[in-house]
Design a protein around this ligand. Structure first.
Ligand SMILES: O=C(O)[C@@H](CO)OP(=O)(O)O
Length: 247
């Protein structure tokens, strides 16, 4: 048995502006900083003590983890980072306003791009304003494999090998593992852990800044339903994510 804690980064500057973000490296908003600290309080109050931290290579996830662990007095734990935990690459939607995109393309296309299982948005050109192609932190990704857009299915394809090669090794060693990542990379992981079918995953939204706890058996399967450490705030936060674009 081992404990896995999933934490979506706190509200970011671009969450606040209602822009598609993906791999664009924006920082936490003031609200996001408050949420990250609150996540640390929730961890401490519940007696959960992460022993190793995994993050994406995006600043908003790293800031969130650092703020939460500082409050929980666990800033010293070992850290591993990987682009495989990054947010979904949002292709040519990166940098676009969600409400304007909804108004331009209509609700069906908008929902398909945001939440369908396997339809990626149009790809982003390498020389486009919001492209990350050439960023030093992705030097280990061969040019031909560098994501220019991703569906949730493609996120699962690049995230699961890392889950299997690294994260499960620490769980197998009995460690309490904290994974601080993103709305869609965590949707991918929750889909895997909870066995959510492809045609039901559109309805799953993950709120910012609230720890989600799994107890896992030796095969890394949940022994009971996962739980948010603040269930009321989590329900409200998930509903707000689902409604994005409509304001
Ligand atoms: O813009 C994004 O990268 C993500 C997460 O903020 O948005 P969405 O919830 O629309 O997938």
């Amino acid at each position: 048995m081992s404990t896995l804690i999933l934490l979506r980064h706190g509200n970011s500057d671009w969450n606040q502006k209602n822009l598609f973000t993906g791999w664009v490296d924006v920082r936490l908003s003031e609200q996001g900083v408050t949420e990250a600290k609150r996540a640390g309080e929730l961890l401490a109050e519940s007696g959960l003590a992460p022993q190793i931290l995994y993050t994406s290579v995006l600043t908003r996830a790293i800031q969130t983890a650092n703020l939460a662990l500082e409050v929980a007095d666990r800033l010293w734990i070992p850290v591993k980072r990987s682009w495989r935990l990054n947010e979904r690459h949002y292709g040519s939607l990166q940098g676009l306003d969600k409400a304007k995109t909804l108004a331009t393309y209509g609700e069906e296309q908008f929902k398909t791009w945001r939440r369908s299982f396997d339809v990626p948005p149009p790809p982003l050109a390498d020389d486009a304003e919001w492209s990350q192609f050439g960023d030093e932190r992705y030097a280990d990704i061969p040019d031909a494999e560098f994501p220019r857009t991703e569906s949730l299915k493609l996120v699962i394809d690049r995230m699961l090998p890392y889950w299997e090669s690294d994260i499960t090794k620490d769980l197998a060693a009995g460690k309490t593992v904290l994974v601080t990542a993103h709305g869609n990379s965590l949707r991918a992981l929750v889909k895997h852990l909870d066995g959510i079918p492809d045609d039901e995953i559109a309805e799953l939204n993950i709120p910012t800044g609230i720890p989600l706890v799994y107890e896992l058996d030796d095969a890394f399967r949940p022994t009971a339903p996962s739980r948010y450490l603040d269930p009321e705030a989590a329900a409200a936060g998930a509903a707000a994510v689902a409604a994005q674009g409509k304001k």
